[in-house]
Design a protein. Structure first.
Length: 288
């Protein structure tokens, strides 16, 4: 799908912001608390008074304690605004504080801190294929991936998913404890799984792929470290590679068979075997 045909569509939450902006009860002037906290007593003040109050308080705090005591919470205000947002670092609020000597920040974010740190170690990059690449695939397998509900501009992603599948007619398998909006009748099969057991399912699939010689060995030899003895780092323990772990030759001496995975995930043994064979024999497959 050419980039010229892609139109980013706002999600429903984003579309609803217009109601906030135009709502008759929206505050259009600053309000100053005149009672005790929690009493709900406020009075209207001018913008000049509000700005002077904030500037005076900020100046007094920095002069007494230093810039490091001024903390701006990530995404306070409206994250999509121009003047009101506090993130990213190029926003007006952040730039103001940088010019004023800096402020206390935080590592990561409450949205994607873990995945932003983990993905480069796992894949070498945060980048992945576009959803539109599904049009070049014959099989789509979603492991707990629910872009319609959890992705920024989920409505846009759902649109691209639908258009890509129309072109490819790819089989779509959704693995998720819930029947999600991403599935919502467009999936060919929904595989419910016990929450938090995706890794066990992957291990059971890997056991089938290895034992039925469905792995792409040249790819593993070239791009992966620690898959088997050949690519295991010299300082790693014997049988510390992934293949040994799957086959039960590692420290835990437990083969990750489909039977083992089924007891953990709740997915039938024969379905795990079938899924592994589908992934191993369908080229190209889109795993997300």
């Amino acid at each position: 799908m050419s980039t010229a045909t892609i139109r980013v569509r706002a999600c429903l939450r984003g579309r609803s912001i217009r109601r906030r902006i135009n709502h008759p009860d929206r505050l259009n002037d600053p309000m100053k608390r005149v009672g005790k906290r929690g009493e709900g007593k406020f009075e209207r003040i001018s913008w000049d008074e509000a700005l002077d109050t904030i500037a005076s308080s900020l100046k007094k705090t920095v002069e007494q304690y230093g810039n490091e005591v001024v903390y701006i919470q990530y995404s306070s205000g409206i994250v999509g605004g121009n003047m009101t947002r506090s993130s990213p670092s190029a926003s007006a609020v952040k730039r103001l504080m940088n010019c004023y000597g800096g402020s206390l920040n935080q590592y990561g974010s409450y949205s994607t801190a873990q995945i932003s740190c983990a993905m480069p170690y796992t894949y070498g990059s945060n980048d992945g294929n576009s959803t539109t690449d599904i049009e070049n695939s014959k099989l789509v397998v979603m492991f707990g991936n629910n872009p319609a509900e959890t992705r920024m501009s989920g409505g846009g992603i759902t649109y691209l998913l639908e258009k890509a599948r129309e072109k490819s007619n790819a089989k779509m398998i959704v693995i998720d404890p819930r029947y999600t909006d991403t599935a919502a009748g467009r999936e060919d099969e929904w595989l419910p799984i016990r929450p938090g057991t995706d890794a066990a399912l992957v291990a059971g699939i890997a056991w089938v792929l290895i034992n039925e010689n469905l792995v792409d060995q040249p790819f593993l030899d070239k791009y992966c470290v620690g898959y088997d003895e050949k690519t295991l780092p010299a300082d790693a323990p014997k049988n510390g590679h992934y293949k040994a772990y799957i086959l039960g030759e590692g420290d835990d001496k437990t083969a990750k068979t489909p039977q083992w995975a089924s007891q953990i995930t709740g997915i039938p043994v024969d379905r795990i075997i079938k899924l592994a064979r589908e992934i191993g024999t369908t080229k190209p497959a889109y795993i997300c």
